[in-house]
Write a protein that binds this ligand. Structure first.
Ligand code: MLT
Ligand code: MN
Length: 312
């Protein structure tokens, strides 16, 4: 199975359009060791011809332009795409807005939890994807499911979804009492185990996670690869940077560092490759010359870049 990280940044991308923090500035000026990144998405394929996307980011047009595998083959029909299905891990803007760019009466399938499908249903703009052409299918928890295209042909990619501690999208919170929607575990945010015919070992994609509990630790033990939420390095990083009021925890994202952080939380497990994805534009690991980047590498983690490819 081939995996491509087509977007390694969190919501907003890197640099973010309105961000003048030192990291976004460094990315704009092309500073050595600071690379621009598009928003959160990966692609998987077992035959190199049909691809399953995990999340559809607002940068999807640029991501397809940067990824020949996701473009129509030269001998394909006048309208065609190698993208057979899109799996959504939550309803965040950075994970669903790209669906709008996949209109043009092109068949493919959407897979998501009932909660996320309800959000698409409640927002009529998503009807630009006519459900007659673009079926919306429920991703049941704890069941390995074959990912099929709009016509039901198996792509060879399988997905097992599981709820992770997280929260609903910021825009779905009740404005007067956001805490009512905080820390939901019921499928508002999921992680996925991605498999495929002939693939070696389990690959997990978890771009949003608020906490590492015993169940998650057990699930990830012995994984060949874990692509994990790398939004912030420290919980209060956005506040310290002066760009916002929210902590990572408030956004449903666990920090990399600290006793309760993801590096410590997964340290004891025998995971083949550990890769941070969904990296926010305030995270110092975006600077390859930073002490934080060195610390993450020393702890056995990789920091994803757009275009990164892996084979399992
Ligand atoms: C998140 O991951 O918390 C969201 O993508 C934030 C956002 O909507 O930008
Ligand atoms: Mn996000």
């Amino acid at each position: 199975m081939r995996l491509k990280i087509i977007g390694s940044a969190a919501g907003g991308g890197f640099p973010q359009w309105n961000c003048n923090f030192r990291l976004s500035r460094a990315a704009r000026t092309g500073m050595a060791g600071v690379h621009s990144r598009t928003q959160s998405s990966i692609a998987a394929s077992v035959d190199g011809a049909g691809w399953v996307l995990f999340n559809a980011s607002p940068d999807i047009r640029q991501q397809i332009a940067q990824t020949p595998e996701l473009q129509p083959a030269h001998d394909a029909p006048l309208r065609s795409t190698p993208i057979r299905a899109v799996v959504l891990t939550n309803a965040d803007v950075d994970h669903v807005a790209g669906l709008l760019s996949l209109r043009e009466r092109q068949p493919f399938a959407i897979y998501a939890t009932t909660q996320v499908l309800a959000t698409l249903e409640a927002n009529s703009i998503f009807n630009v994807l006519d459900p007659a052409l673009v079926p919306r299918r429920t991703l049941p928890p704890a069941e390995e499911l074959a990912m099929c295209d709009a016509d039901g042909h198996d792509t060879g990619v399988t997905v097992e979804s599981f709820p992770v501690p997280g929260k609903i999208a910021l825009y779905l919170e009740e404005r007067s009492r956001p805490e009512a929607n905080f820390s939901s575990d019921a499928g508002d945010t999921i992680g996925v185990r991605i498999g495929g015919a002939g693939s070696r070992g389990s690959v997990f994609y978890i771009p949003g996670c608020a906490r590492i509990d015993a169940a998650l630790r057990k699930r990830l033990a012995d994984a060949a690869c874990v692509l994990f939420d790398g939004t912030v390095y420290t919980d209060d990083e956005m506040i310290a940077a002066g760009v916002g009021q929210k902590t990572g925890a408030r956004m449903g994202h666990l920090a990399m560092s600290g006793d309760d952080g993801s590096i410590a939380g997964l340290a004891e497990l025998r995971i083949g490759r550990r890769v941070f994805v969904h990296i926010n534009n305030t995270n110092p690991v975006l600077d390859e010359n930073s002490a934080e980047h060195a610390a993450v590498k020393a702890a056995g983690w990789e920091v994803a870049r757009d275009g990164m490819e892996m084979e399992f």
